[in-house]
Design a protein around this ligand. Structure first.
Ligand code: ADP
Length: 266
């Protein structure tokens, strides 16, 4: 069976205004809905306030510049681990066995892009019925020393390599808008992004559609377009209210932005 891939956005599951602060009500609601889904699942989560403040403070996303950064690599790994533990504990309490898998140990980058990977542990965990639980991470880079591999990029990469049934991006807004809905009252929700209009959507979003180390909504749309191009359906939607997550896992998309596959999958 093809796995579903779900990414819980860091902006939704943490309070980005306070370092290392979880948004427990959103996490619990997401886990309640996940627990009802019995199919194979890879669960990814962003780092939010457990990672971005430390990564950006010393520019880890831009590569290795000197030993002053090393302590921040250690700290970021420890804090990301804490957020994964909160989610993992919630999964276990809901009788959904999981295993944490750290991207730093199964992926390397080259000029900021994923160049090598070893996915067998993720595939084997899925085969046994475990949920691989994976956070966006710092990763080693063959040219820059180190860099960041966002959970959005991982969702796109794993979606293509694991031949996912669908990839779901849960975030703190209802989907992709014509403009940032947090700063413009005139922003309109785009119900779908297609092969025809994806370029103009990306152009309108602009690269700076986020405040942190991983590129915000622009990067999410890039990840979703890459999946759709490769025949994988995706959906960007809100996990901070309602029960859309459970619906999306069942293949229903009542509100959000859908990326239909551009071609039939091999
Ligand atoms: P996450 O942490 O869930 O991955 P990000 O914070 O990286 O999410 O990106 C989501 C944020 O992008 C939203 O909170 C929203 O304020 C911002 N954003 C900027 N432009 C847009 C847009 N055109 N449509 C939707 N969200 C946008």
């Amino acid at each position: 069976m093809r796995p579903a891939i779900l990414k819980l956005g860091g902006s939704a599951i943490t309070d980005k205004s306070k370092k290392c602060t979880p948004n427990l009500s959103v996490i619990q609601s997401a886990l309640d809905q996940i627990a009802e889904f019995q199919g194979p699942l890879v669960l990814l989560h962003g780092g939010g306030s457990y990672a971005h403040p430390f990564v950006t403070q010393v520019g880890l996303q831009k590569g290795y510049k000197g030993s002053f950064q090393l302590r921040f690599i250690s700290e970021t790994e420890l804090f990301l681990d804490q957020l994964t533990r909160i989610i993992g504990t919630g999964l276990l309490l809901r009788k959904r066995p999981f295993v944490p898998v750290r991207p730093m140990s199964f992926i390397t980058l080259r000029k900021g892009e994923i160049s090598h990977s070893f996915l067998e542990p993720v595939e084997r965990a899925l085969k046994l019925g475990l949920v691989p639980l994976i956070h966006g991470d710092i990763a080693f880079d063959r040219t820059r020393g180190c860099g960041v591999v966002s959970a959005d990029k991982l969702a796109s990469f794993l979606g293509r390599h694991l031949k996912a049934s669908r990839v779901l991006f849960g975030c703190d807004v209802d989907g992709v808008y014509s403009q940032d809905p947090k700063s413009s009252a005139r922003a309109e929700l785009l119900e779908q992004v297609t092969e025809r209009d994806h370029r103009s959507v990306l152009l309108a979003l602009g690269r700076r559609s986020g405040r942190d180390a991983t590129g915000g909504m622009f990067s999410k749309v890039v990840a979703a377009v890459e999946l759709a191009r490769n025949g994988v359906e995706c959906f960007i939607f809100n996990i901070t209210k309602g029960q859309l997550l459970g619906e999306a896992l069942r293949g229903h998309f009542p509100r959000g932005t859908r990326f239909a596959p551009w071609r039939r999958r091999d």
